[in-house]
Write a protein that binds this ligand. Structure first.
Ligand SMILES: O=C(O)CCC(=O)C(=O)O
Length: 267
């Protein structure tokens, strides 16, 4: 559960960090499993197809893995599913949503040295949750800071509307979507230790700069959730799962939405 200060911070700023949520042993086991899964490079059906910008683009060797929890036959699949539906996370997410949380997505970012980041964006643009908002639980698996491309967030921006993104600079970001920092707000870097979790509202503007460190990976395991009371969600996020693994039906939206057609699997 969250204390009153954490809850107030989440309401005002749209995020909260829980320190040392996973132990060093748990973090090491997660990293080992994903590094093993990627040891021959990207895995068909699991790794994202990120377009390399040069022959030595580190993301060509280490693209993020999308929805690993949908692969129960793999160790990484079991790890991602356990993380998404962890009884440790459930009461916190319930507190943040003031509703039952439903698991919608997992991702694993390797973000090796030299990798591009992900330009500022809002998750609700992709998940299209209505009414309400999606929510992220972002587990740090390395020390993360501005140097190795840690998370950058715009506190308070979750109270703004979801906006149609502009074109991002593809030399800095593997994703082509970019949402500017609203006037009067500023982006801040979130420094985290392995095992810390950042929870954030799906309308919060966030992203990460490139990993400009010499030799430090910035790995993270991420789950996204929707509230039980929402009626609509993007079709990419099917199946939706309760914490007891029961499947949940919603209106799965597959039109272009207010910002036009999305041609590939987002986020
Ligand atoms: O880890 C990152 O660099 C970005 C992650 C992100 O955008 C998210 O978890 O929604």
């Amino acid at each position: 559960m969250l204390n009153a200060t954490e809850k107030e911070q989440f309401i005002q700023e749209g995020f909260v960090v829980r320190k040392a949520f996973y132990s060093a042993d748990e973090v090491a086991a997660i990293n080992q499993a994903f590094m093993d899964e990627n040891k021959e490079g990207p895995v068909a059906g699991l790794s994202d197809s990120i377009k390399a910008i040069s022959p030595d683009d580190p993301l060509a060797r280490f693209p993020r893995m999308m929805h690993p929890h949908r692969h129960p036959e793999k160790q990484v699949g079991q790890i991602a599913l356990e993380f998404m539906l962890s009884p440790r996370l459930e009461p916190i997410l319930r507190d943040l949503f003031e509703d039952e949380p439903i698991g919608a997505q997992t991702m694993f970012y390797f973000k090796p040295p030299g990798a591009r980041g992900q330009a500022l964006h809002q998750d609700n643009f992709y998940l299209r949750v209505k009414p309400g908002t999606c929510m992220a639980a972002w587990l740090a698996l390395d020390v993360t800071d501005a140097d190795n491309g840690g998370m950058r967030i715009v506190p308070g921006s979750h109270r703004n509307e979801v906006v149609c993104p502009e074109e991002a600079d593809l030399n800095q970001s593997f994703s082509n979507h970019f949402v500017a920092v609203p006037e009067g707000m500023r982006a801040v870097d979130v420094e985290m230790q392995p095992g810390d979790i950042l929870f954030f509202n799906g309308s919060l503007i966030h992203g990460s700069p490139p990993n400009s460190s010499e030799n430090r990976f910035r790995r993270s395991l991420i789950a996204h959730y929707i509230p039980a009371a929402c009626e609509e969600v993007g079709h990419w996020y099917r199946p939706l799962m309760r914490f007891n693994q029961d499947l949940v039906q919603k209106d799965f939206i597959d039109d272009g939405g207010p910002c036009g057609v999305m041609v590939s699997a987002p986020h």
